[in-house]
Design a protein around this ligand. Sequence first.
Ligand SMILES: *Cc1c(COP(=O)(O)O)cnc(C)c1O
Length: 406
Amino acid sequence: MTRREILPDRTGHFGPFGGTFVPETVMAALAELEQAYAAARRDAAFRRELGELLRTYAGRPTPLYHAKRLSRTLGRVRVYLKREDLLHTGAHKINNTLGQGLLAVRMGKRRLIAETGAGQHGVATATVAALFGLACEVFMGEEDMRRQSLNVVRMRLLGARVAPVRSGTRTLKDACNEAIRHWVTTVRTSHYCIGSVVGPHPYPMLVRDFQAVIGREARRQILAAEGRLPDLLLACVGGGSNAIGLFHPFRRDRKVRFVGVEAGGSSLAPGHHAATLLKGSPGVLHGSRSLLLQDRFGQVLPTASISAGLDYPGVGPEHAYYQLTGRARYVAVSDAQALRAAQLLARTEGILAALEPAHAIAYLERLAPRLRRGTVVVVGLSGRGDKDVQTLAAHLGANGAHPRHL
Ligand SMILES: *Cc1c(COP(=O)(O)O)cnc(C)c1O
């Protein structure tokens, strides 16, 4: 990435990644969205309204918390946690759905469509639909509906229709396919609210821009706390929205290193993880070209992760480009390591994190002994752990996690 390069380019590409691979019927809707977004970002009234909602409804700015006990336990590092877990609905997803919801209203759409895996994005979309008085239909794999039944109830309480998807593995990628198929038939009245920095242009750009509030705040907050920029930013990567949201405002700070942490699942053998940047190859999925977990015939491989939010065979094209250019580095952490890190954070800081950001904490645990003393690290704490308590409970016995003295 050169110093002033603007990404994506006008055709929605991040180097060789990104672009627009959709049925003809959707092209007009994407062009409409791109124009509406270009107008909205220049409009002070739009920015004011979004800023006001982020403050008074979602709970921004979120704190940047100096985790002293965790830092002391890990040694060498000064760890700061960007507390997206404290937001309304429990994760960073609301930053994006508020932005897209406002855009939908501006475009005169009366319905929101969304796909969801774990249900977190579905809940955040249903929430915003209720807030703006829009109808809402969420596509969710039948298998995920079973695994995440509480979020299904949440969405229904918020007035959304949850449409079960019975194709393929009945999980997130099938829900994405179904949402796109449905959008084709309803583009005039519906806005498709994508939940991460994936999909055809302009989604990876606009979701990034809505999530960049994370990094803008963190940059200001760390300068106030430390009087300097951090050495390292660390965030988990599913589709990649919380990570890019943290990284983006630091992109020109060459000395600030970025590390994205993927789901290493039970092993890095095919079908047992969701480490797309580590193990994927270039391909097209859900409307854009990026890295992808696929077999040699181009068939999408099954994925597995203890954290439903990271369990996706694709990844945002900007991350693929960051990896290609070396601007960011990507690593994987196993299910077991993430579970241990969630407990470590709970016991040192009294914070029950979601299993997704626990992956980032787990990597920090591995990295800390190799860092220079006094290294300042900002970790994106993308969501809270309430949704994962049952998963944690099921594993506590198995790995013999008696209260560990720290
Ligand atoms: C959805 C989710 C993620 C993964 O999505 P990204 O787009 O990669 O950020 C990570 N953490 C939490 C808490 C989530 O809900």
